[in-house]
Design a protein around this ligand. Sequence first.
Ligand code: PEP
Ligand code: MG
Length: 584
Amino acid sequence: MEVLRGIAVSPGLVIGRMFLLEDEERRVVRRFTPAANSAEEVSRLKAALETSVADLVAVKERAEDEMGAEAAKIFLFHIGVLQDAALLEGIFNRIENDRMAAEHAVEATFGEWAGRFASMGDSAFTTKVNDLEDLRNRVLGHLMGEHNRTLDELKHQAVVVADDLTPSQAAGFNRELVQAFVTDRGGRTSHTAIVARALNIPAVVGLRGVAKLAEEDQTIIVDGLEGVVILDPTDEQLDRYRARQARMERRETVWKEQAAEPCVTTDGVHIRLMGNIEFPDEIAHVLEVGGEGVGLYRTEFLYLTSDTEPSEEQHYEAYRRCVEHMQGRELIVRTVDLGADKYTQHRVELPERNPFLGNRSIRYCLSDLPMFKRQLRAILRASAHGPLKIMFPLITTVHELRQAKAIVRDVMEDLAEEGVPFDRDVPMGMMVEVPAAAVIASSFARDADFFSIGTNDLVQYTLAVDRTNERGADLFTAMHPAVLRLVRDVMRGAKSRQIPVSCCGESAAELDFAVLLIGLGVRTLSVGSYSIPQVKRLVRSVSAEECARIARRALSLESPSDVSAYVRERVRKAVPGAFDSGED
Ligand code: PEP
Ligand code: MG
């Protein structure tokens, strides 16, 4: 028996048999051919490339059906690479001029490109190196005739165990058979993690050692909510997890039944519960579990699933679909938040030393007005189909907010001149995710129609802890009294102008922090759709007045652990079971 802890990237609890996806290194012989054979090698290569592209088109179509067009764009990048003129020229030159056999030329050219990407030393490139390896293996598979052998061997339900998985492998999974997957490598923002969540396949990544310890057909428990994996569990562990699984299933049924119940505290205060989305298709789940709207649409995922910048039409299609799906409910579209850990490959020509403190988010948009305006045109055009709000990320100075709003108005003038319909009164708000903005929130309140507190960044910038570094995970907490005081400052600033405040960071879904947010006066929480039922359950069991008392005292405490212990004790006393998982 072995218990491993990794990064939970897609929720769900699965007990299954392991299927080891061997990371087979294809051994390519360094073979050369006589000049007379070059034409034959070229035609073999062309056939392999054609079949590979056809495979990818099929994978893309399947992904489109199952996850929606945005998520499937990952595979457009793959198709684009296999049709990239520079890459193909490199391979054909090696065959025709260097006399390499097709396999050897493919291996050498992809190897050269992967080496170049790896030497960039940026996590965005590491993901692309994996993509290149995946593509190389696909082409070699067709040349050598053993493509995807191990995945094709999967004939029964199983949990896939691998060192790492590429997005196309994950999207190619037969969902009837693959119950979950676990990997040694990977992070929460990798394409593979995005695919897992979009496909609703429980997954734990970053386990560092699972592939070595795992044995084919052995039993495995995957807890995609806590990030725990148990190999070869004991009978007692199996009984415990089976009971938990049954409770979770019952809980999910109850939660869906309760989706229509009002989200009000015991003293009658309505807390608006909204969903965070990355793809338009996620809206269906947000509404199914009782979300009242979308409090954060992370539009940069349009860029992150494609190798080219989305066109105005692609932006517009995505936003129009969202607006139509929402049928008048609130939809907050955040303008692109690229940069830091969210670079697209071709945007990193000049890597920054501290990208989280660099040209990211609104700064990035303001430095590339054509790109920013393309998105704004599309958002405004979509606003003609139903209500939406525009939100700017990482606002740090009032000047930035005014600049962003002025650019929106410029775009409005252009559209008006062209006779294109849009909502002239579209509300424009901002994320409060930099301590500077929280401290002078009252200044921003004059120009912003609403605030949304982004604790993911607010915590990392306040506590100086990188949100993506697993080694800082223990220090990363919104329960720090400094963070609470910043939230209080934001609420005070908003009150001066009566503008609404929501919280859309991951911490809004942490129940003890949600108590404090309610206590500090936040009345809208926006969380991942799978967290909506649990947060609603908490809201319906606490009183806003009691939350306010708890928050007042928490503000005066010294450390995050003091705050956590105090909140838990007080809430448990007032509402026994408020923090339970709701499985019973
Ligand atoms: C945040 O920073 O809290 C936030 C919601 O934005 P993101 O996670 O996309 O940076
Ligand atoms: Mg942020």
